[in-house]
Design a protein around this ligand. Sequence first.
Ligand code: ZN
Length: 403
Amino acid sequence: MDDQKLIQFLERENALRVNESPYPTEVGEEDVVIEIPKQILLPTKKTTGQFLEKLDPQHEELLELIREIKKRINHGNDYIRTHEDSGHEDVQSLEWDVCAWYQPIHYYGHSWGIYMRQDCIIRQTWQLLRRVHHDFFKEGPPWEQLGRLLIASATLYFLHEHYHHKVECFGFRMHVALHKSVYLPYKEHIYRKYFGSDLCLEEALANADSFRRLRDQPYKDTLGSHLRTACENYLHAQFRCASPGYRRAQDFLKRHPSGKIEFLEADFLAKENELQATMQECLVTPTGVCDDWGIASHMMRSKFTHASNIKFIVPPGRRPIYRSGLSLAFSCSTIQMKKLYTRQGYVEDSAGGKGSHTKYRKGDHVQIIPEHKTLPKGLAKKLLKALDAGYKLEDLPRLVRGK
Ligand SMILES: [Zn+2]
C-alpha cells in the first residue's frame, strides 16, 4: 500500500490535520535526520553485517561502549553484581515518545514515520549492556555484539512506536467502513485529554506490545536468548518507573520467583479490545461489549511492510553513529537550508516568495526554497546541487554544521 493513496483519501475526506499533532515531540530545527533501511530492524546475520559496515568505527561513543564490552569480557558475571543498580536514574529518563516517536499520516502527510534519537539509542544500549549475561559476548567479536546491542535498543523504541502506527491503521479501516474518522475525534477527545494519566490506555498497550513482540518471530530468534532476556529485564525495570499511562504496561507482566517474566496475553487482548471500543465510541469507558472486538482483531494490523519510514535523529553538532553512504538519506529543515544558501552568498529576495516559499538570489541565479519542517530528501538533493559547488546529499550533515 502506497502512502500517497492514504494521503489523498484523507484530503478528500477532510481528515488531514498537518501541524496539529497530538504528540509533544518533533524534529528540532537543527537536528539531522538519517533514514534507516527497513531491513536493519529485522536483524539477521546478514543485515547486522550491513549495519556494522556503516557504523562509524572512530565514533567516540561507540568506542566507549567497546571498552565497556571488553571490561565485561574480562570480569565475567562479577560485572553484573557491581553494576546491577547503577544507571537506575537513567532508566527513568529514557522515556517513550520523547526518545522516539510516531508521526501519524493524519498529522504529517508524507513526513509520517517512526523517529528515534541517536543519543537515547546509545544510552539505552548501556542499559542492555549492563543486563546481558556475559555468555552473550562468547557469541561473537565485541564489534559485532555491539552492533546487535544497538539494533536491539533501536528495536525496543521501534516496537513501541509501531503500535501507534497500528492504532492509526485501525483508524483508517474504521474510517472507510463508517464514512467518518474515528481516529481524529479519539486523538482529540480521549488520547490528548488523558495523556499523562493512567487512563491513557494506548501508551500502556504500546509498551506492553513491545515486550510481547520480542517473544515472536523474527525477534525471538534474531535477538537470541541472552539479548532477549536482557531486553525483557530492562523493559520490566523501565515500565516500573515510567510515567502514568506508560507504567500500566506492568499490569500485563508477572515475574515468577524463578525470575522468569510471564506475559499475560489474555489480559492484553482484553485491553486491546477495550481500546478499539474506546475509539469506536469515543468514550474512555466504552458502553458496548468490548470482547466483540476479538472477532475483528485483524483491524489492528499494520498496513505497511513492517518497518517503512524509520529515521534516526542526530542532535546538532554530533556525529552520526551510522555513516553516510550513497543509500543514506540525510535531510534538513528549510531554516538550515536557508542558512546554507546565505553562507554561499545568496540573498533573500523580498519581492518574491509568499508564505509557503522564499526566493533567494545570487547574481542571475534565483532559487525558490519551500517551507518544510524537514525538507523531503529529493528536494534537499536538488537544492544542494543548485549551489555553485554542486554539493551532494552526503555533504549535508557537514554543511549544516557550518564546515
Ligand atoms: Zn507512545
